[in-house]
Design a protein around this ligand. Structure first.
Ligand code: GDP
Ligand code: MG
Length: 451
C-alpha cells in the first residue's frame, strides 16, 4: 500500500531539498502537487482539501527557523499533518474495568473480520490476556468452521451455537458471557456476519448482537482495497451500531491508501490495528507517525530532520557549503562541521540516514575515538596551517603530532583525508556523484553533503 503515493512524495521532496528559499509561488506549486498525489491515491476529496489548507497555511506562516532549510520545513509540516490525518496518537483497545472486555468486529463480507478475530486473539493472548472467540456469523456454516480452526491453532476457545440448534447470532452472543465466565476468559471477541453491501437486514442483526454484548470496543473491519468507498461504509456502520475504531486489513496489498488516509478524518474514528498479511501474526497496532513516515518514504530523513533541528544551524551549514563551492573550505571549517555533526549523535547512524548518500559512504563506519584524535590534531595546528595545509612539512608534522598526542602517520592520514574531502566536495559542487577511493573510509566530520 502507498507505494505510488510514496513515489510521488519522494519526487516532490527531492526537488524541494535543493531549494534555498521558498517563495509563495513555490509553496503553492508544492501544495498543488501534493493535492494531485493524494487524489490519485484515492483520498477523500474533503480530506485532501482540509489537508492542503492546513499545510499551506503553516508553510506560508512558518517563521523560517534557522535550524531547518525551507525544504525540510515543508517536509516536516507535511509529515505532521499526515500524522494528524491518520489519527494522531497510536490507537489502543479500551479495557473494561469490569471484565470481560468485549470486542465486536463488524464489516462487509470478505473484509477480513474472521481473520482479524483470530489475529486479535493471538495478539491479546501474547499480552497475557485470556480471549474467547465468539462465532456470531451464522450466515454461512463455513464461517463458524473457519473461526473454530483459527481457535484450535491458537489454543483459544471458540464459542459457537449449539449443534443442531437454531442459527441465532443473538443467542450465541448472549450465552458468550456465561461461557467466558466458565472458562475464565477476560476478553470476548465477537465475529459477526457481513454482506457484500451495507443493507438493513445486516444492520438490524448487528444492532441486536450489539445490544446483547454491549461492546467495549466496536470495531469496523475495512479492506484497504475498498479505497474511498470505505468512508461511506464506515459512515453507514457508525450510524447503525456506533463505532469506536477501525481495523484496516490487507495493507500488504497494492491498495492506494485512500481509505487509511480518509477514515479518521471523515468518520472521526481512529484506525486501531492493521492487517499486514494472511498469516495470524500479520497484524499490528496502528501507529500514525510510523505510517506517515512510510507514506513519505523517508522515515530516516524525518528523524534526521528532528535531530538536525535540535543541533544543527542551517546558516552555518550554508556558509560552509558556500566555502566548499568556492574551494575555500579549510581545516577550521572541517573542525566546525565535525562538531556540528557530532552534536547530532553517533555519526555512523547519521551517514546512513542521509538521502542521496552514495552507498559506499552510507556503509562507512565512523570511529568516535578517531574523531577525538582528529579534533586534537587540528587544534594543534596554527591558524595559518589550518587555512593552508600545504604549509605543513616534515617538522611541522612532528610538532603537530607531539602537540596532539598522536603520531606523524595520524597527521599524514588526516591531511590526506582532508584532501579527498575537498576533492569530493568540488566534484559534488560540479554536479558529479562523489566516489571514495578504494579502501578509504570516510573521514569523520565530513561536512553535510548538499542534498
Ligand atoms: N493479504 C491479506 N489477506 C487478508 C488479510 N486479512 C484477511 N485476509 C484474507 O481475506 C480473505 C477474507 O478474510 P475473512 O476473515 O474470511 O473475511 P470476513 O468475511 O470479513 O470474515 C481471506 O482469504 C483472508 O485470508 C490481510 O491483512 N492481508
Ligand atoms: Mg467471516
Amino acid at each position: 500500500m502507498f507505494d505510488a503515493l510514496s513515489d510521488r512524495f519522494e519526487g516532490i521532496f527531492k526537488r524541494l531539498r535543493g531549494r534555498g528559499v521558498l517563495t509563495e509561488a513555490d509553496i503553492d506549486e508544492v501544495a498543488r502537487e501534493i493535492r494531485l498525489a493524494l487524489l490519485e491515491a484515492d483520498v477523500n476529496v474533503r480530506v485532501v482539501k482540509s489537508f492542503i489548507g492546513r499545510v499551506k497555511e503553516r508553510a506560508h506562516g512558518a517563521d523560517v527557523a534557522k535550524s531547518l532549510t525551507p525544504g525540510q520545513q515543508v517536509i516536516k509540516i507535511v509529515h505532521e499533518e499526515l500524522v494528524a490525518t491518520l489519527g494522531g496518537t497510536s490507537g489502543k483497545l479500551a479495557m473494561n474495568p469490569k471484565p470481560p472486555t468485549v470486542v465486536m468486529l463488524a464489516g462487509l463480507q470478505g473484509s477480513g473480520k474472521t481473520t482479524a478475530a483470530g489475529k486479535l486473539a493471538r495478539l491479546l493472548k501474547s499480552q497475557g490476556l485470556q480471549p474467547l472467540l465468539v462465532a456470531a456469523d451464522l450466515q454461512r456454516p463455513a464461517a463458524v468452521e473457519q473461526l473454530r480452526v483459527l481457535g484450535q491453532r491458537l489454543d483459544v476457545p471458540v464459542h459457537t451455537a449449539p449443534e443442531g440448534g437454531p442459527a441465532d447470532p443473538v443467542a450465541v452472543a448472549r450465552t458468550a458471557f456465561d461461557e467466558a465466565a466458565r472458562l475464565g476468559r477476560n476478553v470476548v471477541i465477537v465475529d459477526t456476519a457481513g454482506r457484500l453491501q451495507v443493507d438493513t437486514a445486516l444492520m438490524d442483526e448487528l444492532r441486536a448482537v450489539r445490544d446483547v454484548v454491549k461492546p467495549t470496543n466496536s470495531l469496523l473491519v475495512v479492506d484497504a482495497m475498498t479505497g474511498q468507498e470505505a468512508v461511506n461504509v464506515a459512515s453507514a456502520f457508525d450510524e447503525a451500531i456506533g463505532l469506536d475504531g477501525v481495523v484496516l486489513t490487507k495493507i500488504d496489498g497494492d491498495a492506494r491508501g485512500g481509505a487509511a488516509l480518509s477514515v479518521k478524518e471523515v468518520v472521526g474514528r481512529p484506525i486501531l490495528f492493521v492487517g499486514t498479511g494472511e498469516k495470524l501474526e500479520d497484524f499490528e497496532p496502528f501507529h500514525p507517525d510510523r505510517m506517515a513516515s512510510r507514506i513519505l518514504g523517508m522515515g530516516d530523513v524525518l528523524s534526521l530532520i528532528e535531530k538536525a533541528e535540535a543541533a544543527f544551524d542551517a546558516t552555518e551549514a550554508a556558509a560552509a557549503e558556500e566555502k566548499l563551492r568556492k574551494g575555500q573550505f579549510t581545516l577550521d571549517d572541517f573542525l566546525d562541521q565535525m562538531q556540528q555533526v557530532r552534536k547530532m549523535g553517533p555519526l555512523g547512524n547519521i551517514m546512513k540516514m542521509l538521502p542521496g548518500m552514495p552507498k559506499e559512504l552510507k556503509g562507512a563506519e565512523v570511529d568516535e575515538g578517531q574523531l577525538a584524535r582528529i579534533e586534537a590534531i587540528i587544534r594543534s595546528m596554527t591558524p595559518a596551517e589550518r587555512r593552508d595545509p600545504s604549509l605543513i612539512g616534515g617538522s611541522r608534522r612532528l610538532r603537530i603530532a607531539k602537540g596532539s598526542g598522536t603520531s606523524t602517520q595520524d597527521v599524514n592520514a588526516l591531511l590526506k583525508q582532508f584532501k579527498v574531502v575537498q576533492q569530493m566536495m568540488r566534484s559534488i559542487a560540479g554536479g558529479k556523484r562523489p566516489k571514495l577511493p578504494a579502501g578509504m573510509n570516510l573521514p569523520p566530520g565530513m561536512p553535510g553533503l548538499p542534498g
